[in-house]
Structures are given as C-alpha cells and as structure tokens.
Write a protein that binds this ligand. Structure first.
Ligand code: FAD
Length: 444
C-alpha cells in the first residue's frame, strides 16, 4: 500500500459480515465507510424486546464447533446457555396427532435421517471445503456428488423405504432446517450439515438449536461495531455499484456518488436486486439472483397461557413445521419459537390464525400474542438463512466467491463452512473477503 495515501474501502451492509470486514480492514490501515439500508446494525441478527422478553428476530443459536462465531464470543467475553429440552413431543402424520417424548421423536427420525445424511463422509471429507470433491479426479464420485444436488429432500424420503410417519417427521424437520419447501431443497446441503456435525444428528441439533447467548446476538454485533472507527451511515441504501481496474463508485439512494479503492457488498442474495451493478454481474450469477434461494420461510415467537414444555412437528401442508417451548415466564406464560417453509402462509402477528395452527397439535393451547419479522418479504434480505434449491449447491453461492476485481462479495450466503446458514459463515467471509482486498491493495 502507498505510505502517503490511505486506501479507502466502501462496505454495503452492517450485518455481521460487513462489521467484521470493516474491523479487519481498519486493523490493516484501510479507511472504511459503511452504508446500511436499515435504521440499525446487525442485519439478519436483531435482538429486540418483544412479548415482554428479549427475543431474537433472526439468528439465535451458536456453538463452539462453529469456529468463527466462537472466536467472537470468546473475544468479547460473551456467555451461552442452553434452550430447554421438551417434556412432551407431538407430531402430525396421516391426519392424526402422535404423542411421545422428545427422545422418542428423535428415535423415529434416525432411519430417514440416515438416508438424508448418506455419503456425507465421502462427499465432504473437508467440511470447510464443500466443493473439494469436484477436484478429486474421481469421476464416479463427482458424478454422484453432482446427482445429489438434483432432486430434493422430499424425493430422497419417498423412495419406498420409509413409513409415512417417518417421511412426515423428516419432512417437518427439514422444512424448518431449510426454512423452505423440502420438495425444492437440494439434498446436498443436509449432507454438508451432517459433515459439519461429525455425521451425527444429535450434534447437528446441538449446533443449530441448543445454545444461545445470554446477552443476545447484539452482545456481539454491538461489540464489533464499538471496535470500529468507520462511520456507519444508517438508513442509507446503496442503489448502484460501478467498478473498474482502479476502484469503485457506489451510488446512494439520494443520488450521491461515493468513490473508493474497492467495495464489499454484503447484501444477501435476496437483496442483490436492490443494487444495479456496472459491469453487470455474469449471466449465471444473474440467474441465481432471479431464482433466489430456497429459504422462503419464517420464524415466529408465540406467547401462550400457562407453562407448557413441548416440541411439535408437522409436514408440508401445515404452515408451522416445527414449534418448541423456549422461555417459561414468571407470569405463568410460555414463549414458543416456531418455523415454517412459506412466509406467505402466515401472518406473524395474527393471534387467531396462529392459535388455530397450534390447535392442530393441542386444542387446549391459548395464544396471547405472537410476533416475528418477515425476512423473506423484507427488501433488504428477501430471504431468511440461505439454503439452496435443487442444483444451487454447485451452481449458486460459489459464483459470488473469489472475485479478483474491485467489487467483492461477503456474507453468510457465500461462506464455505456453514454455507449460508449461520452467523459463523458471515464472519468467515467478512474476514476472508477483507484479507483478499488487503492483499490486492498492498500489491498495487
Ligand atoms: C429467522 C432467522 C433465523 C436465523 N437463525 C440463526 C441462528 O439461530 N444461528 C445463526 O448463527 N444464524 C441464524 N440465522 C442466519 C444469520 O442471521 C445470518 O447468516 C447472518 O446474520 C448473516 O449476516 P450477513 O452479514 O451475511 O448478512 P445480513 O445480516 O443480511 O447483512 C447484510 C446487510 O446488508 C444490508 N443491505 C441489503 N441491501 C442493501 C443495500 N442495497 N444498501 C445498503 N445496505 C443493504 C441489510 O440491511 C443488512 O443489514 C438466522 C437468520 C434468520 C433470518
């Protein structure tokens, strides 16, 4: 880098990836400015007071086996605690409500999950290099890997080996996990999750739904922001990005054009259509933007009367696929968390609709309030956590990686580790994208 002129980088988005990239760049003497469309930082992580409790509208659970987020938890002295295990489990199948313990429900999932996880060891020998097999030279294995990106989770379950009850349970589990329809979900992602979890269902559950932060996600994203000297311009959408060999220019929504040496865009796939790129993105990337990922679902928080320790599953056709008790309050109420595949099938604030949905499992439950944020309908996200449609594990997220121009992408959607799904991946790409730019700007 020139000694006399401090390089300048513009970052679009103040979620985890943007904040971490800014910290990394600043630590290397680069001047950073961040433009964020929302009136707050955090992006798809958003800790809020709702229903008389501190709740996460977006990301909640973390784990020590997610290396990047665990580093931040350690760095900022944050603490975790477990979500409760449910006393009662309910699952819908064949028009009936089944009842048992959470352990019994987990046992019933083992057989279909073994099918879903099949070949995870072969396909992902290095879980943080998810496309490694494509360079293996083993044509037979590569062909099977490619084939596993086609079809869907639901196809894999409907091969004749499983009872309807097993299919319905696994369908419900993955409708929540992909936060979208299992009929269009690439089976490869579930195998990748298995590889990231030592091929064990219990560890996968532990990594994705068990441990949350005492101070919430804001305990980390506010701490990262406090380490920055960069100005974060809130409520300032970027409408255009232009780049060439020497630098980049972003256009703000009031028409102001800001020039810098490079730009990092951290908007998720579902929000990339809010930005006009010059030169245009390559055609394959444009078609992924037009298609969108498979994550069309929602997360909902529901307050019910009384203390009820439960978990409930329902297959496709039921708006809520999975609901679980999360907090037991002193005023004799319980807050449940729920997930479903299609945000258009639910009004997150409609007590009557949500009570009707809970009655499919337990007609005695009384809903007092419910809330959530419609991420899939929000133009600054356009999706929840990124999960691939059939074919997109190989031709989707990776198209936005490894740019060598003055336009770079960062964000959970393009991560190698927990690709798309968790804060861990946002931090991973914040670091790696910033490091790539640091090298580039040093060499100029
Ligand atoms: C409902 C839900 C539940 C989740 N649960 C978990 C969980 O339990 N654990 C976990 O680890 N992860 C979870 N995740 C995933 C996690 O929230 C994300 O992976 C992570 O927060 C993504 O960070 P990011 O910086 O890549 O993207 P984002 O957080 O989306 O940040 C991108 C930023 O860019 C901004 N932006 C977009 N377009 C523009 C524009 N044109 N101009 C300016 N700014 C723009 C956005 O407003 C946003 O602030 C969940 C996500 C959702 C939605």
């Amino acid at each position: 880098m020139h000694d006399s002129i401090r390089p300048r980088v513009t970052i679009v988005g103040a979620g985890f990836s943007g904040l971490v990239a800014a910290r990394e760049l600043e630590a290397n003497g680069i001047e950073v400015t961040i433009y964020e469309a929302r009136d707050r930082i955090g992006g798809r992580a958003w800790t809020e007071e709702r229903l008389g409790h501190t709740l996460e509208m977006g990301a909640t659970w973390v784990h020590w086996m997610q290396p990047f987020v665990w580093t931040e938890i350690t760095r900022y002295g944050q603490r975790i605690y477990p979500s409760p295990v449910a006393d009662d489990a309910y699952w819908l199948s064949g028009g009936e409500v089944h009842h048992g313990t959470e352990a019994e429900l987990d046992d019933k999932l083992l057989r279909p999950q073994a099918r879903i996880f099949e070949a995870s060891q072969e396909f992902f020998p290095y879980p943080h290099e998810p496309l490694h097999i494509l360079d293996s030279g083993d044509e037979e294995l590569i062909q099977r890997f490619r084939a596993a990106d086609q079809g869907s989770i639901l196809d894999a379950l409907r091969d004749g080996s499983f009872s309807q009850e097993e299919i319905d349970l696994a369908d419900a589990y993955w409708s929540a996990g992909y936060n979208g329809y299992t009929s269009s979900a690439s089976p490869l992602m579930a195998k990748h999750w298995a590889a990231l979890s030592d091929h064990r269902l219990s560890l996968l559950d532990e990594q994705t739904l068990r441990f949350k932060l005492e101070n919430g996600m804001r305990g980390i994203y506010e701490a990262i922001a406090a380490d920055l000297t960069a100005t974060v311009h809130l409520s300032t959408p970027v409408t255009a990005v232009e780049h060439d060999a020497d630098g980049a220019r972003v256009t703000l929504d009031d028409g102001t054009v800001v020039a810098s040496d490079a730009v990092i865009v951290t908007a998720p796939l579902g929000a990339l259509d809010t930005i006009a790129f010059t030169p245009a993105l390559p055609a394959p990337a444009q078609s992924v933007v037009a298609e969108g990922f498979n994550c069309t679902g929602f997360k909902i928080w529901i307050k019910i009367r009384g203390h009820h320790s439960l978990i409930a599953y329902a297959p496709t056709g039921n708006p809520i696929a999975l609901v679980r008790s999360e907090y037991f309050l002193d005023d004799d109420t319980t807050i449940l968390v729920g997930f479903g595949p299609d945000h258009e099938k639910i009004d997150l604030d409609d007590v009557t609709q949500v009570q009707d949905l809970l009655h499919r499992w337990r007609p005695d439950l009384e809903v007092l309030e419910c809330t959530g944020h419609d991420w899939a309908g929000d133009r600054w996200s356009g999706q929840t956590w990124a999960t691939p449609r059939s074919g997109q594990f190989l031709q989707g997220w990776s198209l936005f990686r490894d740019s060598d121009t003055r336009l770079r992408f960062a964000g959970a959607d393009w991560a190698k580790g927990w690709n798309g799904v968790v804060v861990d991946g946002a931090i991973e790409t914040g670091i790696t994208t910033a490091r790539g730019l640091i090298d580039e700007l040093r060499s100029r």
